[in-house]
Design a protein around this ligand. Structure first.
Ligand code: S3P
Length: 171
């Protein structure tokens, strides 16, 4: 059994946590979520961290969590949508893992995040514009970091998982 960590990257609403949990069960690997670990280590939620420390403070915490995970065995890791904005994060994931870009259209992202109250970047009225701008900026970074790109707009999570497993084991 191959033992590299699988990193799921992609925009908010791409399905990283849902797919990640299911995939970890199938592969019998522990599941990690960088957002959740940042919150646990800090003892506060992401909106609070953004309020008190700004996005930069959150990004530093995110990198610290990612770097710590490198010291441990293999996982399936769901990352936050902005993880690729730091070069150090991209390098860490490329070097230590198998990276999957879960791609989703802006329309899908909007639908899946419609009721969200916990993502600081989306607590405004022009969500669609925000998501479109972020995607334009980040899409090249997702692509250059990924070993595999899988679209999650259509098809079941099960189908996405099959694609990931096939690529992971043949690499
Ligand atoms: C962010 C995405 C969020 C979370 C934070 C910032 C981003 O994670 O890390 O709110 O910059 O795109 P999800 O992609 O899991 O929603």
């Amino acid at each position: 059994m191959q033992s590299r960590t699988i990193y799921l990257i992609g925009p908010m609403g791409a399905g990283k946590s849902t797919i990640g949990r299911m995939l970890s069960r199938e592969l019998n690997l522990p599941f990690r979520d960088t957002d959740q670990e940042v919150e646990e280590r800090c003892g506060a939620d992401i909106p609070w961290i953004f309020d008190m420390e700004g996005e930069e403070g959150f990004r530093q915490r995110e990198t610290a969590v990612l770097a710590l995970q490198m010291e441990e065995p293999s996982y399936v890791v769901a990352t936050g949508g902005g993880i690729v904005t730091r070069e150090v994060n991209r390098r860490l994931m490329i070097t230590h893992g198998f990276v999957v870009f879960l791609q989703a259209s802006v329309a899908t992202q909007i639908k899946r995040t419609a009721k969200d109250k916990k993502r600081p970047l989306l607590q405004r009225s022009d969500r669609e514009q925000v998501l479109a701008d972020l995607y334009e900026k980040r899409e090249p970074l997702y692509r250059q970091t990924a070993d595999l790109v899988v679209c999650t707009d259509r098809g079941s999570p099960r189908h996405v998982i099959q694609e990931i497993k096939q690529a992971y084991f043949s690499k």
